[in-house]
Write a protein that binds this ligand. Structure first.
Ligand SMILES: C[S@@+](CC[C@H](N)C(=O)[O-])C[C@H]1O[C@@H](n2cnc3c(N)ncnc32)[C@H](O)[C@@H]1O
Length: 320
């Protein structure tokens, strides 16, 4: 039997390891693509990063692919491939999940404030507002000092629960392609990036977008490495600069990622990371074990807790 092309493996792994249990539609579509030479050939004509399952499936839905079974999806995809490929060429996956703030809190609580937050790979900047959301942390409620927020972020906590929110006096970020919460097109893309059955996430996204739109963040357009100094130079006197990276390091090829790590270390800023286990070697080396599917919350490259990739849970690492 011929070895399956890597794209088929990519789609099969996506179906089995990522979509299964979270989106029956994406699981079905990705498995269908993995076994479909005609569709694989179209996808493989795209540059490698643009073949990503999450990107192709979201572009198809953006253009109106029916959320039914694979046969119907395939028919639609073949009819609309040029438009889907056109979208994939100009878009990136930029999922912005406000609930990650619930998982960032324990690290932020360990830094003396007031804080100046700098998020690299910020997407639309929804994770720059940890002080403006309300939280249900394993049954413990925390609200901003001004009162309950219209956005409630729930996370299952095991271990100590922060009792106050960080004082954030300044916030800004950068992204290769910053998304604007005031743009209909950007909001539609952010919404489409959420998988079909994840209605709760779509509601949270919409509420967070409204909150952020009332006071949008400064977001610079550019590579994380190239924009870091500019952002640091803008930090107001008296605030502690905190670099925040969440779900973004994997986007950087290893060498660029290590260059970014060096630059953050040399900057003297504190660094809060919420990343996949393999994304930061120094954090990985300090882990007592690995947890399949979990991300790691780190402070200055020291692991503090296992966390759900979207902030669904926080579990303290022993001795952290
Ligand atoms: C999955 S999103 C995460 C967004 C946000 N940090 C969050 O946790 O919700 C990753 C973001 O990183 C951005 N990105 C990827 N490579 C980048 C780079 N080299 N420099 C700056 N941003 C980058 C992408 O455009 C995307 O918006």
């Amino acid at each position: 039997m011929a070895t399956p092309p890597p794209t088929a493996d990519w789609y099969r792994r996506f179906a089995e390891l990522e979509a299964a249990g979270h989106s029956a539609v994406y699981e079905d579509w990705a498995l269908g693509v993995a076994g479909d030479p005609a569709v694989l050939a179209l996808i493989e004509a795209l540059p490698f990063p643009k073949r990503q399952p999450n990107l192709i499936l979201a572009c198809a839905r953006l253009l109106g692919a029916p959320e039914g079974g694979y046969v119907e999806f395939r028919h639609w995809l073949l009819d609309n491939w040029d438009a889907v490929a056109g979208q994939a060429r100009v878009r990136m996956t930029q999922t912005n999940e406000a609930r990650r703030c619930a998982a960032l809190l324990p690290a932020l609580a360990r830094i003396d404030g007031p804080l100046a937050l700098i998020e690299l790979g910020a997407s639309a900047g929804l994770c720059l507002y940890p002080d403006r959301y309300s939280y249900d942390l394993g049954g413990e409620r925390i609200d901003p000092p001004t009162g309950p927020s219209p956005v409630l972020l729930s996370s299952d906590y095991s271990g100590p629960v922060p009792t106050v929110l960080p004082e954030v006096t300044w916030r800004a970020g950068s992204d290769l392609n910053p998304l604007d919460v005031g743009s209909t097109d950007d909001v539609r893309w952010l919404t489409t990036l959420i998988w079909p059955e994840q209605h709760e996430r779509r509601e949270r996204l919409s509420a967070a977008i409204q909150l952020v739109a009332a006071d949008p963040p400064l977001l610079l357009r550019g590579d994380a490495i190239d924009t870091l100094d500019d952002l640091l130079a803008r930090v107001p006197v008296g605030a502690t600069p905190v670099v925040q990276t969440s779900g973004m390091l994997v986007y950087l090829p290893f060498e660029s990622r290590m260059r970014l790590v060096e630059r953050i270390r040399a900057s003297g800023a504190r660094w809060v990371s919420l990343e996949a286990v393999g994304a930061l070697p120094t954090v990985r080396e300090r882990l007592p074990e690995e947890r399949p599917g979990a991300y790691v919350l780190g402070l200055d490259e020291r692991p503090l807790a296992w966390v759900g990739p979207h902030g669904q849970f926080v579990e303290w690492i022993q001795g952290a």
